[in-house]
Each structure stands twice: as C-alpha cells, then as structure tokens.
Design a protein around this ligand. Structure first.
Ligand code: DCP
Ligand code: MG
Ligand code: MN
Length: 346
C-alpha cells in the first residue's frame, strides 16, 4: 500500500504527480505544456497540504487539483498505481527525451524530434541516424555524456576553484573572484562550477579583456579542456559568459562543467544573489519584488519597470536600478531578513 515518506505527508502522491509532470514536459505539444504547468501547480499545493490525503474527494478540495487529477490520485490510493502513467511511459518518448537531453546543448524539442525520426539510443545519435547532425557543442556533450551528467564532490569543485583563482589574480590582483551556485549554498556535491569575476572601478581601471586572457591561461594550465560556448566579445567586454568543461590537471580526472561569468562591478550583488540561487529561492525573491512594484533580475532590483500587458516578457519601460551592488541592500529594500547562502533553499 502507498505510504508517505518522512519528507512530506503526501510524498508518495507527489512522486506520482512528478511522473505525470515529467511525461507532459517531455512532449513539445501545447496541450502537454498546459498539463505540465497544471501538475506543477497541484504538486506545489499538495506539498503545502498539512494533512494526509485519504481519497480523491479530499484531493479535489485542494486548490489547483481538478476532477481528472483527483480521480488519478484516487486510483493510486486504492490500487497503488496509476494505469495512465504505465501506459504513457510504455510509448518510450519520455525515456528517449530524458536520454537525449542529457547531451549538453540538446533541448527537449530537438530530443523529441530525434525520437520522431526513430532514434532511441546514444549510439543512434553517434551514428547520425535519421540524418541528424550535431553542433560542435553537442559533439562534446555526447563525447563526455557520463562525466557531464555526474555531480562532482564539493572538495573537487573547491580544488578546481582554488587553482583558477590565482590564475585570475595574476592577470589583475584587484579582480573579485567568487564561486556561486550550489557550492556557495554549501551543498555536498555540485553539478557544475559557477564563477563570477568582476573588478571594483574606483581606480579607474576595469576588467575588460580579462576573459580572453583567463581563457588562454586556463587552457595553458590544462584546467579548461573543451569549450562549449565561447563569448564572442571576450577580447574587450565587461560583460560575458563562458561555458565549458574543465578537469583537475591530473591523469584520469573526470570532465566537469564550468560557467565563468563577467560583469560590471555595479551588478555584483544582484549577480551573486541570482547565481547563488537556488532557483526556488530566486522565484520567491522575484515574487516579493513584484508584489512591491519592483522587478528583480541578475543585474539588479529595478523600480518603475513597465511591461507589455499582452507580452509580459517585453518591457515598455526599462525602469531604474534601486539596488544592485550588494546582496545586503537588495534584501534590505525587499524587507527580507538576511539569509546566508546555505539558508537559501525553498
Ligand atoms: N538559476 C535560476 N534559474 C535558472 C537557472 C539558474 O534561478 N533557470 C540560478 C539559480 C541557480 C544558479 O543560477 O542556483 C546557478 O545555476 P546552476 O544551474 O549552476 O544551478 P546550481 O549551481 O544551483 O546547482 P548545480 O549543482 O546543479 O549546478
Ligand atoms: Mg551550478
Ligand atoms: Mn551553472
């Protein structure tokens, strides 16, 4: 019989809804996008539901849970499984999309398209079945598939970072070099290494051109091994992002994903906040900002942003930055008590 785990009273139900979410988010059709969205909403609300759900009728009372989802939950509570999930998974597209999107640079649309063309395995991709052609970035993604999909121990992320930092500081000792992402949140393992580099402007100098020199230096030190996305403007820009693979320069070390970000000093706080995450915490902060009439992104907290009501992603007024140089001032203006990076979960 289904039994809840310690994490949440209805965890077993949530696990099933996560499967339904995965099924629909794997497919590129509009109706699937809607279902995926609505399952996410159910999951969020059931996570916050303080009592154990005993049947479909009780589930139906929860905001966001519709007739059909309630009946699936009822089926699960009475039979221990949802036949629709078994049926949908038997088609094989969900597994194929999961496999193919594990190739760095392959999104779910491309992956689904490959499935439609008859591809099922990484070998099919390697052989170019169905006439599929890989970009150089995807080639690298395929070549190091296993390494890229494995998380690294925290100690290894730290070791790599501690090799990179002095190479950067040798270019300019005034650079500020920070590690962000899951590492800064104190996680025991990291999916990649996220580094932010910028430089105070108070002596009139900048970090323009540092990315190009750092890139060359890190390749020379055999820390960077393959490039995935090289910024086109790294010779002179103050703002650019590098994505690549790196490894400890010793035999048999695994390839690890690395992102190196550069931006003007002014944006340092907002960038630290955004790239430290986690993404759920970021969403909560953006939501809070929105409620207060602000807009928050990786460059700053803005006031007076006006969005196109028909297309929310389009800004008709860019607004003015009210805070961005430090994380502290952003927390303060939003009225959110300071949270250390390792507390920024959920
Ligand atoms: N981020 C976000 N929304 C996204 C992607 C990223 O808010 N869609 C932010 C929050 C993340 C941070 O950027 O914490 C870094 O992105 P990563 O993908 O590197 O995620 P993490 O470092 O948190 O985890 P991982 O260990 O998997 O790299
Ligand atoms: Mg990361
Ligand atoms: Mn990253």
């Amino acid at each position: 019989n289904p039994r809840p785990t310690a994490s949440c009273l209805n965890q077993d139900i949530i696990d099933e809804l996560e499967r339904l979410h995965l099924i629909h988010s794997s497919r590129p059709f509009e109706e699937d996008a809607w279902r995926a969205f609505s399952y996410k909403k159910c999951i969020r609300n059931i996570k916050n539901h303080p009592i154990r759900i005993k049947n479909g009728n009780e589930a139906r009372q929860i905001y966001g849970v519709g007739e059909k989802t309630a009946s699936k939950i009822n089926e699960f509570l009475t039979t221990g499984k949802i036949s629709r999930i078994t049926h949908e998974l038997s088609k094989g597209d969900v597994a194929a999309v999961k496999l193919f999107t594990g190739i760095y640079g392959v999104g779910s649309h491309t992956a689904y398209n490959w499935y439609t063309l008859g591809l099922r395995t990484l070998e099919d991709v390697r052989r170019g079945k169905g006439g599929v052609k890989l970009s150089p970035c995807q080639e690298t993604g395929l070549k190091f598939y296993d390494d890229i999909n494995l998380r690294m121990p925290r100690a290894e992320a730290e070791e790599i970072f501690l090799m990179i930092k002095p190479i950067a500081l040798a270019i300019d000792p005034k650079l500020s070099v920070d590690i962000m992402g899951s590492f800064r949140r104190g996680k025991a393992d990291c999916g990649d290494i996220d580094i932010l580099i910028t430089r105070p402007i108070h002596d009139g100098k900048t970090h323009a051109g540092v990315m190009a020199r750092l890139w060359a230096g890190l390749h020379k030190a055999r820390i960077l091994t393959e490039d995935l996305a090289l910024p086109s403007n790294m010779e002179d820009s103050l703002e650019c992002t590098y994505r690549g693979l790196c490894s400890l320069p010793v035999p048999d070390s695994r390839r690890r994903r690395i992102d190196i970000l550069m931006l003007p000093w002014q944006y340092r706080g907002a960038a630290l906040l955004y790239y430290t995450g986690d993404d759920i915490f970021n969403r909560a902060m953006r939501f809070k900002a929105g409620k207060m009439g602000y807009s928050l992104n990786q460059r700053g907290l803005y006031a007076g942003v006006v969005r196109n009501p028909n297309k929310r992603t389009e800004k008709t007024n860019q607004g003015n930055i009210v805070a961005s140089e430090t994380e502290e001032e952003i927390f303060k203006i939003l009225g959110v008590p300071w949270q250390e990076p390792w507390q920024r979960v959920r």
